[in-house]
Design a binder for this molecule. Structure first.
Ligand code: GLC
Length: 456
């Protein structure tokens, strides 16, 4: 009898634990397959758009300037992006070489660009008076781009969302927090998240990516997996859209199936990120100028070469780049955004073969100075990106016997093999180990020239 009880208790406990991870199980190969289109795509567009486009001074303006709902209300009343044409946006993304896009359906301010039946705080109730997400999905899908939704877990407008340290109305003592949060019921808010995410994943067809943002469990007055009911939320997401790809900000890093890819934000990783010794899928999200939402007076724009290097370097370490656009309050892209996208597109038009389907080069290939390597395992081609254009004789150390043919990628022109020169005092090249390429002395008219090596 006693034994029986112990067994059933054990069973209950294990059931409980597996209930905890009742997220669909899959093998590493199955996961790789599910993510395949995304790892091949390498380049996507992030879009941060909301009421904060009107103040045009950071998407966190409500917090930074400690505004309450009444003070922020004027942006709701004036929101009228009359020039909004998502077909134009999709065209720009496509021409830049992007293969997918992720848009903020709701950011931390709580305002919904989509027509949710669970709130009045939405685009349909502003002067523009329509579901901006519905049009967006249709336009981006029509261009063959994959569809991603960003949904903020934080909500600075919902009455039941408790004041925490990131909230515009954050306070300085426990007592004040208690006072502020009296009567607020996070259960109501947790249900609201699920209701809205269900709407997003039911009413707009196949959704390829979801970005749930974000958790800040550390210290006091933060929020994490219990605040969002992350496991159940994610279970629902996977049930509604089994193929969907999910980011890693639900605070479920240790839970099997709790995330699909990791998201280094606004910095460069030094190498392919790992978890428990295993390389993991990753995507860096980056801005043009620092903020995510449209910021009129921000002058810290990255130049096109920096942006291209961000992309190439990500692929050279096995990752993706999600590059952010913050559309204006009229619903258009800022002129600098257009410029950068066009210039990146110009490069991609001639060089995208070194990006799509590519990844980190096998270790046997030593990266030459001032270069980045990417590699396409399907075609067995290696791409040498010349970040700082070299002199005529270009040595590939240790490449002897490995290269069948070399050409520039942008114009398909042959690059001939050379011999080591004998008029040098320091013999830098070893004929038996290295490959010497004879490049034109003048840099081709390409921001970052790429040499395509067809390998043996
Ligand atoms: C952070 C910021 C947010 C931005 C996001 C993009 O979570 O709070 O403004 O949307 O990063 O990764």
């Amino acid at each position: 009898m006693r034994k029986k009880i112990t067994i059933s208790v054990l069973l209950l406990i294990s059931l409980n634990f597996s209930g905890f991870s009742q997220l669909p199980k899959e093998t590493p190969e199955q996961k790789e397959k599910r993510l395949e289109w995304w790892t091949d795509a390498r380049f996507g567009m992030f879009i941060h758009w909301g009421l904060y486009a009107s103040p045009a001074r950071h998407e966190w303006v409500k917090k930074y300037e400690k505004m309450n709902n009444e003070e922020y209300e004027k942006y709701f009343e004036i929101f009228n992006p009359d020039l909004y044409n998502p077909h134009e946006w999709a065209k720009k993304a496509k021409e830049a070489g992007m293969k997918y896009a992720v848009i903020t359906t709701k950011h931390h301010e709580g305002f919904c660009l989509f027509d949710s039946k669970y709130t009045d705080y939405k685009a349909t109730n502003t002067p523009i008076g329509k579901d901006l997400i519905a049009e967006w999905v249709e336009a981006f899908r029509a261009k063959g781009l994959k569809i991603g939704f960003y949904y903020s877990l934080l909500d600075w407008h919902h009455p039941d969302y408790t004041i925490d340290r990131n909230h515009p109305l954050s306070v300085s003592s426990d007592e004040e927090y208690d006072k502020q949060n009296q009567g607020k019921d996070m259960d109501v808010y947790r249900k609201y998240i699920k209701d809205q995410v269900r709407e997003l994943l039911t009413n707009y067809g196949t959704i390829d990516i979801i970005w749930l943002d974000y958790s800040f469990p550390s210290g006091k007055h933060g929020k994490g997996r219990t605040d969002w009911d992350s496991e159940n939320l994610l279970k629902m997401v996977r049930e509604l859209q089994p193929g969907i790809i999910v980011n890693d900000r639900l605070d479920l890093l240790e839970v099997e199936g709790g995330w699909d890819f990791t998201t280094p934000e606004q910095y460069k990783v030094s190498k392919w990120p790992e978890k428990n010794g295993q390389k993991v899928p990753w995507e860096t999200c980056q801005t043009f100028s620092g903020s995510w939402g449209y910021y009129r007076d921000e002058m810290t724009w990255k130049d096109t070469k920096q942006l291209l290097v961000l992309l190439i370097e990500s692929v050279s370490k096995g990752g993706n780049l999600l590059l952010n656009v913050g559309p204006t309050a009229r619903g258009t892209f800022d002129y600098r955004t257009n410029e950068k996208l066009e210039e990146m597109g110009e490069w991609m038009k001639f060089n995208d073969r070194s990006i799509y389907g590519c990844t980190q080069a096998p270790e046997e290939f030593i990266t030459p100075d001032n270069c980045l390597l990417t590699y396409n395992p399907e075609t067995n081609r290696l791409y040498v990106h010349l970040l700082d254009y070299p002199m005529k004789w270009f040595t590939l150390k240790g490449f002897a016997g490995k290269v069948k043919y070399a050409q520039f990628l942008h114009d398909g022109s042959e690059i001939q093999f050379g011999q080591p020169r004998h008029n040098v005092t320091h013999q830098e090249t070893l004929a038996e180990e290295d490959v010497i390429l004879i490049l034109p002395m003048v840099k081709p008219n390409v921001e970052v020239p790429v040499i395509e090596l067809i390998l043996n």
